[in-house]
Design a protein around this ligand. Structure first.
Ligand code: G16
Length: 550
């Protein structure tokens, strides 16, 4: 029976000591905090990735070094399971425990406990693929990760600087190579060829769309979007902006999907490029989120967020399923979170089954797996579409009765190749949106008119300890601090069409407040009032109370 390589771990662990007084926690999307504090975490994640691979009989595990939408000084790391999905829930607690060990001796003890508790056969091989985004802190954090992998004697592959969704794609490809579930060629080139090939087939015979502006958030998406553009050639004219990946401080700064969603504004850097009615989109720092938008003739900004993408895509897939003669046999459903705009939930639930789950792709992904075709999108633009294995099989083996049915089935099969089913993927989602727009001959304005958003506002509140905030009912209600939800309910009642909820962020050290109301000024007021309640209730320093909190 093989044992933990205690000597190698100890020797290398001493080079990566845990900083005192920092509590690392595996949150919504892995560990995420100031990059300069994460060295020990990366070393330990290397060990964890190897153990997870051993536990799964040598399947390839992914490690992505990124802090996605967060500002440049932040960084983070998350583990990717063999099918390209997020790390299994039960291992998040193991990861937190291992990262918390204060000393090398405590680390060995924590790892030994994990090996025993999870019944890991250490004689199995460990195979890990890893990548990072363009953050300046990434390179040294990868070195720490490599030390952890080395301590465990893992077989490794460095996928270099690439997007989060490409890393997820690689994991799935490597694990399915040579099987009947083969997902694609396990290279960035394979990813580009798969997506662009499917897109070209889907838009054959459709009128070319006007040029699309992509705001790359000055992140790794700029590199991938440029390669994709060359693969697409004439099929889709792409203009990439905000592609300064080496300019210090530029990443996600006044640009990117999160900026657009939270400020509900055009990135200022796009203002001189975008024509009235022209559609544009923003990626986030690691290209797993996507926001579309346009400015109208009067210069008024209109956002086409994850909810609008879900509405567009779900309706298109339902139409194709009907066209294929499979209505009633293949059921399409949608998964959202509490952040979904009330108008989108109303629009979608009048047409399809809709489920609400807590924030985090991992929750949406698992809920979407319960449908034959599960469309999941967070309002922030993070999402994808899942086709169950049975549905894929049924589509491949179905004999169409008419040429129209045959066309619809081909479109569905090509969509399966176009969509990155491992995780939300801004570039794949972008091609999906472009496909639907081309098929429906929609402009951004027509797409926007599917339903009118309820005015809404998202506010961040910095509190002493966000861990005291506990929620229930898919994060729509607070159970702790006790009594606060009652006060929020009391406020919400005073606003027409009012809705508001409070939850701790899993990626930033803040509490998020969301509010909706029939009138925009009322939505803003409700959000700031609730934010004020949160701030005061939790003992915020009155001198530092943001002045907009009413
Ligand atoms: C991550 C998660 C998303 C989540 C977002 C914000 O996105 O993958 O599912 O919506 O964080 O989470 P929170 O409100 O808990 O901070 P990303 O793009 O930052 O990796």
């Amino acid at each position: 029976m093989a044992a933990l390589p205690v000597d190698a771990i100890s020797e290398l662990s001493n080079l990566h000591p845990k900083p005192e007084h920092i509590h690392f926690q595996y949150g919504t999307a892995g560990f995420r905090t100031l990059g300069s504090t994460l060295d020990s975490v990366l070393f330990r994640v290397g060990i964890l990735a190897a153990l997870r691979s051993k536990k799964l009989d040598g399947k390839v595990i992914g490690v992505m070094v990124t802090a996605s939408h967060n500002p440049e000084p932040d960084n983070g790391v998350k583990l990717v399971d063999p099918r390209g999905e997020m790390l299994e829930n039960s291992w998040e607690a193991h990861a937190t425990h291992v990262a918390a060990a204060p000393t090398t001796a405590a680390l060995i003890e924590s790892l030994s406990h994990l090996v025993k508790h999870a019944k890991i056969d250490l004689s199995k091989p460990a195979r890990v693929v890893y990548a990072r985004d363009t953050r300046p802190s990434g390179a040294s954090l990868v070195k720490a990760l490599e030390d952890g992998l080395k301590a465990m004697g893992a077989e490794t592959r460095d996928a270099g600087v690439t997007t989060t969704p490409i890393l997820h794609y690689l994991v799935r490809c490597m694990n399915t190579k040579g099987t009947k579930e083969e997902y694609g060629d396990d290279s960035e080139e394979g990813y580009m060829a798969k997506l662009s090939g499917a897109f070209k087939k889907l838009v054959t015979g459709k009128s070319a769309l006007p040029p699309l502006i992509i705001d790359c958030a000055n992140g790794v998406g700029a590199l991938a979007a440029t390669v994709l553009a060359s693969h697409l050639g004439e099929t889709l004219h792409i203009i990439t902006l905000n592609d300064s990946t080496t300019t210090p401080g530029a990443l996600n700064n006044a640009c990117g999907a999160d900026y657009v969603k939270t400020t509900q504004r055009l990135p200022p850097s796009l203002a001189s490029y975008i024509q009235p009615g022209q559609r544009a989109c923003s990626l986030d720092g690691d290209a797993d989120r996507l926001m579309y938008y346009y400015a109208d003739e009067r210069g008024v900004f209109h956002m086409l967020d994850g909810d609008k993408i879900a509405a567009l895509v779900a309706a298109f897939i339902v139409e194709l399923v009907k066209g294929a003669g499979l209505e009633g046999e293949i059921n399409v459903g949608v998964v959202q979170t509490a952040y979904a705009n009330g108008a989108s939930t109303k629009y979608l639930s009048e047409r399809l089954p809709v489920k609400c789950v807590p924030t985090g792709v991992k929750h949406l992904h698992h809920a979407a797996e319960h449908y034959d075709v599960g469309v999941y999108f967070e309002a922030n633009g993070h999402g994808t579409v899942l086709f169950s294995p049975e549905t894929q099989e049924r589509l491949s083996s179905h004999s169409p009765q008419t040429p129209a049915q045959s066309t619809a089935i081909n479109h569905l099969l090509n969509l399966i190749s176009l969509i990155n089913q491992t995780v939300g993927d801004a570039l794949s989602d972008m091609l999906l949106v472009e496909t639907v727009l081309a098929h429906k001959s929609y402009t951004a304005v027509e797409w926007d008119s599917l339903y009118a958003d309820m005015p809404n506002r998202l506010v961040k509140v910095v509190v002493k300890d966000r861990n005291i905030f506990k929620t229930e009912d898919a994060e729509r209600r607070l159970v702790s601090p006790v009594g606060l939800q009652g006060k929020i309910d009391e406020l919400v009642r005073r606003y027409e069409g009012g809705r508001s909820f409070v939850r701790p962020s899993g990626t930033e050290d803040v509490v998020r407040v969301y509010a909706e109301a029939v009138v925009k000024t009322q939505a803003d007021e409700l959000a700031f009032r609730v934010a004020g309640l949160v701030y005061d209730e939790t003992g915020g320093d009155p001198a530092k109370r943001p002045k907009e909190f009413i």
